[in-house]
Design a protein around this ligand. Sequence first.
Ligand SMILES: Nc1ncnc2c1ncn2[C@@H]1O[C@H](COP(=O)(O)OP(=O)(O)OP(=O)(O)O)[C@@H](O)[C@H]1O
Length: 683
Amino acid sequence: MDFNSVLQGVLPTFVANASHGSNSSADNGLPDGLLDTLSPLLGMSLQLNPLMRLFMILYNMVGSHLGIDPTYIITMAGFLWAGNKVWDQLYATFYGLARQYFMANIEVSNSDDIYYHLMKWLAAQPKMVDSRSLTAETASKGAWEEEDESELLTARVSPDGSDIFLNFSNQEAKAAPRFTPAMGVHSFWFRGRYFKLHRKQESLFDPSAGFSGMPQYKDKETLVLSCFGRSPEPIKQLLQHAKEQYYLDHQAKTIVRRPAPQAIRRFSHRHSWQQVANRPVRPMKTVVLDDEQKIRILSDMNEYLHPATPRWYANRGIPLRRGYLFHGPPGTGKTSLSFALAGVFGLDIYVISLLDPTLTEEDLLALFTSLPRRCVVLLEDIDSAGLKRTDDPEPSATSSSSSSDEKNSKEQEDVDSKDKDKKSPKKTRHKSKKDWKVSDLARELKRHGNIDSIDKKGISLSGLLNAIDGVASHEGRVLIMTTNKPESLDEALIRPGRVDLQVAFTNATQQQARELFIRMYEPDSSRAPLPSSPPAPLTPFSEPPPTPFSLLSEKDGNLTDVSGATEVGDDDAIPPIRTTTTTHNPDKGLVKKPAPLKLGSTLNSITDEENEKLEDKLHPAELSHIATQFAAKIPPGQFSPAELQGFLLKRKKTPRRALDEVEGWVAGMLVLKASRTRVLAVQ
Ligand SMILES: Nc1ncnc2c1ncn2[C@@H]1O[C@H](COP(=O)(O)OP(=O)(O)OP(=O)(O)O)[C@@H](O)[C@H]1O
C-alpha cells in the first residue's frame, strides 16, 4: 500500500511537504522510510483514525520545533517499555528462585482461623493501612466494643432539633471501613525484619455439592508470608504475635458460638460453628446463687479441666466427660451461671438449641465432633425439644413422662371441644370453604407446618445420647444442660456419666432479693470506690479469676476475688429520662412525683440533681439497710430473680423509689400470677 497516497486524501498539505523533500528528513521532520514502516503496522486504520492524523501532526511539530528526531523518542520509549517487561520477568524469576532457596515461606488458607488473626493484625498496621493497594471492608462495631465518647456526644442531637434523646441514625455512616491488603504482593517490617505478603485467590472446583446441590467452583484465598533466611521462625513468631493480639482482650470476653446455618455447616466441617457474640465476661458475683452451690460446681469444673485429669481418667478407663444439669423455673439464672462459669475458666461457649428445626442427628454428631479441646457446651431447654425414643410409636413434643401429660391434656381438650360441640349444635365440625375465616386459614397453615415438622426426623433421644457420649463424641468438653422440667427428662439422659452434677435453681429467697438489690445499686466497679466504704455486705463469695485453673485448685482453697473482669454494661453513662419533682401536699407532706418530660431540655438538665445526690451515691451501709428493707417485702419463693431484676431495672437509679413501690408491685404481681394472665398491669 502507498502510504503517501493514503495521506494525500487525509492531510494534503502535510503530504505535499513530505513529498517535496521525500529524500530529506530535515525538511519536513519525517525520517526516511518512517511512513513505509508505519503503514503496514497501522494498515487502513491510519486512513480512518483521527488520532493517527493528530499523531502525524504532533510528530511533525516535535520534529520541527525541538529539532529532535521523534523517531529517537519513539525508539527510547520502546526500549523503556521492553526493559520494564524484561525487568518484570527477571524480577519474577529471581524472586521465585530467591523465595525457593533463600527465603522461608508459610502459607495460610482462609479456611483457617489464623487467616482472620493475621488479617485483623494487618488491618491494624499503619504501614499496611498506608499501602497504595488496599481492600476496603465494612466493619460494624459489636454491641460490646468500646465507643468513642465523641461519637456519643454527636449522637445526642436528634433530627427534630430536640436534644433529649440519643440518636444514632448516622452511626453506620460514621463507622470507618476496615482496610486490608489487596490481592497482590505487599511488603512490611516487623521487629526489624522485612516480610513479604502475597495475597492471592484461586477458584477451585469443588466436587462436593454446594448450596444449590450441584458441584461448583469455590474461591480459595491464600496468604503467603515470606522472609529472608532459611528458617521460618520469624514468620512463626509473627503469626503467634498476630494470634496473641487477636485474643488480647479474650480474658475479659466470652465468645458465644452457635451452629452455623445448615448449608454452611454441611459445606465445611471447619465452619460448623459460627461466632454470634463476643461479650464481656459475666462476673460470677453477679449470679445470685447459694455460695456453697457455686463453690461446689466451680471446684468440680476446675478439677475436671485440670491438665492432669485426662491421664487420671484414661488410667481408669473412664471417658473424659463431665455433664451438669441446671434445673429450675424460668429466669432463675441457669443460663447466667453457664456464662459466668465459661468466663471464670476462660472458655468459649457453644450453644445448641434442640428446637432448631434444621438440626438433624448427623448435624448434632458433627457439631459435637468439631468442638475444641476445652469448651462449655450449653444444651438449652432439653425438655422442650422433640426428644423421643426412636422406638416411640408416635412423635411427641416432649420426652416420655411429659408426653403422657401432654397426651392427657390433649385428650382432655378433645373431650372439651366435643362437649362444646354438643352444647352448641349450631357449630358444624366441617365448615364449607365459604364459611372459612382468616383464623381458619392460619390454623390450616399451622397444621401443614406441623405435618412438615413431623416429616422431619428431628433429634431422637438415642441421637442425642450418641452425640453426648457416643464413640465418636468429643472428649474434654463441659456439657451443661438446662431445663425447667427435670421430672420430664428421660432417665437415660441424666444418668451418672451423662449428668455428674445437678444444680437446682429456685425462685428468689429474701437473701437473694437483697443481693440482687445491692448488685443493682452498688457503685460501678469501673468507678473509684467510695471513701471509707466498708466491705460489701452479704457477698462472702469472692469470685475466682477468669484465667488459670491453678488459682482455683483445691489445694489453694481460698477463692480470692481477682477477677478484674469487665462489668456488664455501664449504666452510669445513660442518664435517667424522667425527673421527679418534690411538691408539698397538705395531707401527705413532701411528695415526690415524676415530672413531665421537658422536650428541648438537655440531657444533663433532666437528670434530677436531688436523685443524683440522694440515691446514686448511696453509702454502702445505707444501701445495705435499704436492701434489707426491700428484701423483707419480697415473699420468698414467689418471684424469679429475672422478675425482680425487671422491677429494679425500671428504677435503676432510684433505690428509694424501688423500696417505696415494691409493696404495690408485689401485691399486683401476686394477683396477676393467681389469675394466670400474661399481661402485666403492674411493672
Ligand atoms: N440467680 C440470678 N442471679 C442474677 N441474675 C439472675 C439470676 N437469675 C436470673 N437472673 C437474671 O434474669 C435474666 C434471665 O436469667 P437466665 O436467662 O439466666 O435464666 P434461666 O434460668 O436460664 O431462664 P430460662 O429457663 O427461661 O432459660 C438475666 O438477665 C439474669 O441476669
